[in-house]
Each structure stands twice: as C-alpha cells, then as structure tokens.
Design a protein around this ligand. Structure first.
Ligand SMILES: Nc1ncnc2c1ncn2[C@@H]1O[C@H](COP(=O)(O)OP(=O)(O)OP(=O)(O)O)[C@@H](O)[C@H]1O
Ligand SMILES: N[C@@H](CCO)C(=O)O
Length: 318
C-alpha cells in the first residue's frame, strides 16, 4: 500500500478549509501505486485525491507537471488538474512533503484489457500527444537512455542478488541499445509511464489519464513503446497478447499518426522501455524502506519482456 506519510484528520480538514471545499467526511489511503502517498478524500464539496510527493518526484519539477495537467485539461482531455487554494496556490506543504489536492476522475484501471479497450488507450495516448504538440516547456528524462547505465551501476551487485546473471544481461543490453538507439525521431513531451494502472476506463471509454510524474521530453514514439510493453503482456511478463499490442498501435496511429521510421524503431524502443522498468523496479526492490506498506513490483516481469522483445521484436510489432 502506498501511504508513506500519514496525514491526520485535523491536517486534512485544515487543508480543505484552505481550498474552500467545506468539511472533511472521510479520508482513505489508496492501496495502488508505489511512488507517492495518495488519499481519497471525501469532503462536503465533493471527492478529491490528495497526493503527497515522495522520493522520486522533485518539488522543483512540480510546476512543469502541474502546467502540463492544466494544458491537457484545457484541451478537453480527461486529465486531472491540481486545484488552487483560496490564495491561488496549487502546491502545499503537508507533513514536510509537497502536496496537491487533485480532481477526482471516475473509472477503473484494468488488469486484463480487451482489444477494444487497448485501442481506446492507444487513441488516448495519441490524443495526449496531439494536445502536447504545442506544450512549450521541457523536462529532461532522468530515467531515459542517458541515465540507465548509472542506475544499473547504483544497483550494483544487487542485480545478481535479484537474479543470477542479471548484471551481465543488463550490461549487454546497455551496449546493444547504445549502438542501436534511434537518433533522428521526433521528440516531444510524453507521459512516459502510461501503464494500465494509469488509465481509468468505463467500459471501452477512457475517463482518465493520471500519474504524469515521469512526463519528460523524449522520443515521442518511446511513449508508445512504453505503453506496448506495459499493456500487451501478462503482469508477470510471460505471455504476450498480439491482439492487444496491435490494437494499441492501431489506435495510436489512427488518432495521432505514426511514421514509417517511428514504426520501424518500435522494437528497439520497446527494448529500452523494458530495460527502464527492469532497472527502476530492481532499484526499488533493493531500496524499499522496511516500514513502507508498499507492494514491491517484480523487476523480472520486465526482464521477461526484454528477453521477448530481444528475441522476437519485429514479430511482436508485425
Ligand atoms: N485523479 C484521480 N482520480 C481518481 N483516482 C485517482 C486519481 N489519481 C490517482 N487515483 C487513484 O490512486 C491510485 C494511485 O495513483 P498513482 O498511480 O498516481 O500513484 P503512484 O504512487 O504515483 O503510482 P505509480 O506506481 O503508478 O507510479 C490510482 O491507481 C487510482 O486508483
Ligand atoms: N509503472 C511503473 C512504476 C512507476 O515507474 C512500474 O510498473 O514499474
């Protein structure tokens, strides 16, 4: 369960007062997620998400993320804004953490999406890219190709403790990606983490895209590769569903467009995506605080994807 910081009812009531949102009815820690502390807050004025930013989110990046949410919401996308308090502030300090009160969006995240739902997710990613085409701010991808070697080094011998031979496998992949990473594809601000748990749906309709805290300037098609790696496999990475992968890519291409060069690069970009999540999950596996009530995510679920993309990349995007 991702509640690293406990917020008292008194502090939440004071926060709601600062936003003019009436009185506190209830507040529950949200089990999903691993990065931040999230609460579902019921107030007399409605339902909200309270997020306290932990570990990976740098407070200095919050203006970028919040401007991005406003930009997308202004363009009609189902993206939650951070509310403003009576003084116009979007970021608060709560229990020593930066915190935001965020619009609640309806919908549920899927564990086994259908092809129709995957197509809708691809279209939603395309709509997001269309909306972000004129978003002028930039943020480097701290978890992109330039950072993977350093992250692997920080995991060190821990990689082999997770799975014997993992350090050497990662080193080989880093060399492969350094030699084959595409240089000339279009870049833009992307979501960079559009996993099924970050897409809220009602039936075949996308009602929310959330968790933009890895958004960054990157090769745009990498976002599609990340989404493909997250959606098209069983959770443990053992089974690939070609219908889901094809529907995602088709939905994206229909809504935003995908050039021949981008399409051709997807197998390599997907290897990069699978390596990114193998490494960040490995780091979290090795460094999750003992007192955190959080379920660690299995790095090997993305190593399996990596091996599959490495062995059959072209086929998985055929
Ligand atoms: N705006 C929102 N509207 C409705 N539910 C939300 C909203 N934001 C977050 N949630 C709920 O809270 C859960 C955790 O949120 P989120 O994914 O942002 O957390 P996180 O710790 O940053 O997670 P992750 O591990 O995906 O990085 C979501 O799965 C969803 O159920
Ligand atoms: N979506 C990521 C967590 C955030 O980086 C994962 O499942 O590993």
């Amino acid at each position: 369960m991702a509640v690293y910081t406990q917020v008292s009812a008194e502090a939440m009531a004071a926060l709601l007062h600062a936003y003019g949102l009436g009185t506190l009815i209830s507040a529950k820690g949200i089990a999903e997620g691993v990065e931040n502390s999230n609460y579902l807050v019921e107030a007399s004025a409605g339902r909200f998400i309270l997020t306290l930013y932990e570990k990976r989110v740098d407070a200095g990046d919050l203006p970028f993320f919040l401007a991005l949410l406003d930009h997308c919401a202004d363009r009609g996308l189902p993206v939650p804004r951070a509310l403003r308090d009576r003084d116009g502030r979007q970021v608060q300090s709560l229990c020593g953490r930066p915190a935001c009160l965020i619009e609640f969006l309806p919908g549920v995240s899927l564990t086994t999406p259908s092809a129709g739902q995957a197509r809708a997710a691809g279209e939603a990613l395309g709509a997001l890219h269309a909306a972000l085409a004129d978003f002028a701010r930039e943020r480097p991808n701290t978890l992109g190709p330039d950072g993977w070697r350093a992250l692997a080094a920080r995991c060190g011998a821990g990689l082999d403790a997770i799975a014997p031979g993992l350090a050497a496998r990662v080193a080989r992949e880093l060399d492969f990606l350094a030699a084959h990473w595409p240089a000339d594809l279009p870049r833009a601000v992307i979501h960079a983490d559009l996993f099924p748990d970050n897409v809220l749906m009602l039936g075949d309709r996308v009602t929310g895209m959330i968790d933009f805290y890895f958004a960054c300037s990157e090769i745009r098609a990498w976002d599609l590769a990340v989404t493909h790696s997250a959606w098209s496999f069983s959770g443990d990475g053992t089974d690939f569903d070609p219908a889901i992968g094809a529907a995602l890519v088709a939905g994206y291409a229909a809504r935003f467009g995908l050039s021949a060069a981008e399409r051709a690069a997807l197998p390599v970009l997907a290897r990069g995506a699978a390596l990114r999540f193998t490494l960040t999950r490995a780091w979290d596996w090795l460094n999750t605080p003992a007192d955190a009530l959080v379920t660690r995510k299995d790095p090997l679920a993305f190593l399996r994807r990596l091996d599959r993309y490495a062995a059959q990349g072209e086929t998985l995007f055929a």
